[in-house]
Design a protein around this ligand. Structure first.
Ligand code: PEP
Ligand code: MG
Length: 568
């Protein structure tokens, strides 16, 4: 399973967005022929669509389609595409090149007419790319989606999931993926049930099939028998009742039976997540993944748009603390408009703070937007994928410079600024005494930290969940980190997926972690565990395990929970 929950719905088979990887043509004549054939197919498919629409549509709708079709026949577009291919690019790369060039010209046009043309060109280019890749079809229009859509895909990126109308999304089934992959995180944030590693599902499923997704057990029932449907309907009702119980805990602080207060925060990434802050009763936002806005956008969000988003987040948090994470682009988070060279190992490649430090304008724009959004308020800023303490100095210099500019312009800076580092690259574990004095807080990104500790790709279904996070190596690594933070009096949070799983959260409390940040839907179950927990007892078990245990702590903790009536 990758996202808890239960969905009874109908299948929509997802076609992946095309990422152009081959730029230069081996055989330009062949590429020109591919382009010509692609254009012909594109025009034919639009003619067909129009003929079909003629039966059902009239008036404005039809005019729009007609304009769109004319654009597909536009001689200027065709000429520019041909020229790009004649310049040595593949047909696919030419489509992207022409799109990007036109975009930079049209972007500055205030006239809505041109903005619409830009949208048409975006869409046409997507279609042409899919045709060139031999995969026509694409994300459905909201009207075409069943109201209880369950997406079925071979593989899916987080941005692609966000392309669908989320009011109609109930579930997701992918053939690869793992709980730590970003699509899983987005699925969780959207509150939809999701299951990974459903081998062969794309072959077997057809659009419109009835399907049940059980995110708890990881089971998928395609075209289920009536008895299965009825059993799951009961189960869904039971879950809804349990959800009500969690809701009743909303305003209760998370305090263990022996009086230890645990700070429960939630992870977010979009404005639409903000209502969850009140609904879940979380104490604040421990991780705001700013890259989600970038992944959703068709063009690079500039200063004004970023500023608006961060300001809205702070306004809607109504004084609860918010930790903004600087951009973590790269890895499996691809931006459609940012040309990136293909990397053999993107997760350990040019991503996150590495990219921001190499592209100072990127970092500067974001830092400026954070500082302005938090003018006269508190700003907590967290840096992802820090690999050495010196990277913090570079970020701090940039932040100080921007504050200086604000002061000179008479704009009030934030009333307090806290700069933190995510510990998700193991090298930092060996430089804690150098790092901790430079920062105001630490947040453990256990998803990446475990991936790098075990050298197990979090997006690869075969290895992503292979190693237990409650075994000796990760527990010792986390324990050392907790102790170092205590020595340096540096506040510590854990914001990876571990925090949201009650059994793991229990182990973390035993290790000494006092702030956990998780998907909003996990706050209830984790709080319910905490209210039943005696932290001193679990601390003893965990300390003994870290000192001289072996294997995994999981079964011992399960037994402990059972004996003490703690629901996991
Ligand atoms: C992590 O790595 O644990 C984390 C919280 O960041 P992300 O999942 O966005 O990489
Ligand atoms: Mg991470």
């Amino acid at each position: 399973m990758i996202s808890d929950g239960l969905a009874l719905g109908h299948v929509v088979v997802h076609e992946s967005r095309i990422v152009v990887t081959k730029l230069m043509a081996d055989d330009p004549v062949h590429e020109l022929r591919r382009l010509e054939n692609g254009l012909t197919d594109l025009r034919l498919s639009l003619d067909e669509m129009l003929a079909h629409e003629q039966l059902s549509a009239a008036g404005e709708h039809r005019d729009v389609l007609e304009a769109y079709r004319m654009f597909a026949h536009d001689k200027g577009w065709e000429r520019r595409l041909r020229e790009a291919v004649q310049g040595g690019l593949t047909a696919d790369a030419s489509v992207e090149r022409v799109l990007n060039n036109t975009r930079s010209r049209l972007m500055h046009q205030p006239d809505p007419f041109w903005r619409e043309r830009q949208r048409d060109l975006d869409d046409l280019s997507d279609r042409l790319l899919r045709i060139l890749a031999g995969r026509p079809g694409g994300p459905l229009e909201p009207a075409e989606m069943p109201p209880d859509t369950v997406l079925v895909a071979r593989t899916m990126g987080p941005a692609e999931l966000l392309d669908y109308d989320r009011t109609k999304l109930r579930g997701l089934v992918v053939e690869d993926g793992s709980p730590q992959s970003h699509v899983a995180i987005v699925a969780k944030a959207l509150g939809i049930a999701a299951v990974a590693r459903a081998t062969g599902i794309v072959e077997r499923a057809s659009a419109g099939d009835a399907i049940i997704v059980d995110g708890v057990t990881g089971q998928v029932h395609l075209r289920p028998q009536p008895e299965v449907v009825s059993a799951y309907s009961d189960k869904a009702r039971f879950r809804a009742r349990r959800q009500k119980q969690y809701e009743a805990l909303r305003d209760k602080p998370a305090i263990t039976r022996d009086g230890l207060r645990i700070n429960l925060q939630m992870n977010a990434g979009l404005i639409v997540d903000m209502p969850h802050l009140e609904e879940s009763g979380a104490d604040g936002i421990g991780l705001f993944r700013t890259e989600l806005q970038f992944m959703l956008s068709r063009t690079f969000p500039r200063h004004a748009r970023q500023l608006q988003t961060y300001k809205t987040v702070l306004d809607e948090a109504k004084g609860k603390p918010v930790v903004f994470r600087a951009l973590d682009i790269g890895g499996d988070k691809v931006l459609p408009y940012l040309r990136q060279q293909k990397e053999e190992n993107p997760a350990i490649g040019w991503r996150a703070i590495r990219m921001s430090l190499d592209r100072p304008a990127l970092l500067r724009t974001q830092v400026r937007a954070f500082l302005h959004a938090a003018s006269e308020r508190e700003l907590r800023l967290m840096i992802p994928m820090v690999s050495e303490a010196a990277e913090i100095d570079l970020v701090r210099a940039e932040v100080d410079k921007e504050i200086g500019i604000m002061l000179r312009k008479g704009i009030p800076p934030p009333k307090s600024l806290k700069l933190g580092a995510m510990v998700e690259v193991p090298s930092l574990l060996f430089e804690l005494d150098g790092l901790l004095p430079k920062i105001d807080f630490v947040s453990i990104g256990s998803n990446d930290l475990l991936q790098f500790l075990f050298a197990a790709d979090r997006t690869n279904a075969r290895v992503g969940s292979r190693y237990d996070s409650l075994t000796i190596a990760p527990m010792r690594a986390l324990g050392q980190l907790v102790n170092a933070c205590a020595r340096h009096k540096t506040p510590l949070t854990l914001c990876g997926e571990m925090a949201g799983r009650p059994l793991e959260a229990m182990a973390l409390i035993g290790l000494g972690v006092r702030t956990l940040s998780m998907a909003p839907a996990s706050v209830g179950p984790v709080k319910s565990m905490i209210l039943a927990l005696h932290s001193g007892a679990v601390q003893q078990i965990v300390e003994r395990f870290v000192r001289d245990g072996k294997g995994s702590l999981r079964s011992e903790l399960m037994r402990f929970a059972e004996q003490n009536g703690i629901e996991i």
